[in-house]
Design a protein. Structure first.
Length: 260
C-alpha cells in the first residue's frame, strides 16, 4: 500500500481522486454485467415503493375526473450539486408525459431554473412525437415561475390554488420551500407524492406528502417506471456496489481493530 501511495504522489495524482476512479471503473464493470443479464431475460426483484405506485395511479385519477396533474421539478437546475435530483424529476415527467399523450390528460409542469425550461419542454415534445401526435404538444404546459426559491414556492402555490389540480408530483432538488407547497396541496385536498435527497428537506417531504420518496429512492424511478434494461441493470449495479462498500467498511474496521 505504501508503494502505491508513493507512486501516486510521484505521478501527481491525489489518492482520493485515484480511489474515486477505481470505484467508478468497478461500477462501470458491474453496470455492463448487470445490463447484459437483464437483456438476456433476468428480472431483479424490486421492493415495493408506494410512491411510484401512486405516481402511476395519478394518471387514472386525473383522466377519470377530467382535472389537471401538476409536476414540480424542484427549485434547482442542471449543472449544479442537485443535477441528479433534477434528472430524477425529469424521469418521472417523461413517464407521466407518455401517459398524458395517450389519455389526453392535461399536464402542468413548474420549474424554477431557466436551464430546465428547454429540457422539460423537449421531454414533453418527444412524448407527443413518439405517439404520432406532434400537433398536440403545447410548450406552455411548462411554466417557468421564478429563480428565487420563495418566489417559486409562491408561484406553485398559486397554481395549486387556481388550477383544478387533482394530483401533484414534486420530485427534484428542494429546500425549505417544499413545506409551503406541500401544505398548500394538502389544504386543497390534492393527492401528493414528493421526493428529495437533501437531509434537511426529507422531514418536510415525509410530513406533507401522501407518499414520500426518501433519499436515493428517487433515483430508482427509471427501473420502477419504465423497466428498461439499462435502468434495471443500473439498479442491480448500485445494489451490488453498495453491498461491496458496506462489506469493505466492515472488513476495514475489523482489520483495524485486530491490528490495534
Amino acid at each position: 500500500m505504501e508503494v502505491i501511495l508513493n507512486l501516486l504522489e510521484a505521478s501527481g495524482i491525489e489518492p482520493l481522486a485515484a480511489l474515486m476512479l477505481v470505484v467508478l471503473l468497478v461500477f462501470f464493470a458491474f453496470l455492463l454485467f448487470t445490463d447484459r443479464r437483464v437483456r438476456l431475460g433476468f428480472r431483479p426483484p424490486l421492493r415495493p415503493l408506494p410512491g411510484f405506485t401512486l405516481l402511476n395511479d395519478f394518471v387514472g385519477q386525473a383522466v377519470e375526473s377530467g382535472r389537471t396533474l401538476h409536476v414540480s421539478l424542484g427549485a434547482k437546475g442542471i449543472g449544479g450539486a442537485s443535477t441528479a435530483d433534477t434528472m430524477a424529476g425529469l424521469m418521472a415527467l417523461e413517464r407521466l408525459a407518455e401517459q398524458a399523450v395517450a389519455t389526453g390528460l392535461r399536464l402542468v409542469v413548474t420549474i424554477s431554473d431557466p436551464s430546465l425550461l428547454p429540457i422539460a419542454q423537449d421531454t414533453l415534445r418527444r412524448s407527443y412525437e413518439r405517439r404520432g401526435y406532434p400537433q398536440g404538444y403545447d410548450p406552455l404546459q411548462v411554466r417557468y415561475i421564478a429563480p428565487d426559491t420563495i418566489a417559486y414556492a409562491a408561484g406553485v402555490m398559486g397554481v395549486l390554488e387556481r388550477e383544478d389540480v387533482v394530483a401533484s408530483a414534486m420530485i427534484g432538488g428542494f429546500g425549505d420551500e417544499f413545506l409551503l407547497m406541500g401544505e398548500k396541496g394538502a389544504q386543497k385536498g390534492v393527492q401528493q407524492i414528493g421526493g428529495a435527497s437533501s437531509p434537511g428537506t426529507l422531514p418536510f417531504v415525509y410530513a406533507s406528502m401522501d407518499e414520500a420518496l426518501l433519499g436515493e429512492e428517487i433515483y430508482a424511478g427509471g427501473g420502477y417506471l419504465s423497466s428498461k434494461p439499462s435502468h434495471l441493470g443500473s439498479l442491480m449495479a448500485q445494489d451490488w456496489l453498495r453491498s461491496a462498500i458496506i462489506l469493505a467498511i466492515i472488513l476495514g474496521v475489523a482489520i483495524r481493530t485486530l491490528i490495534l
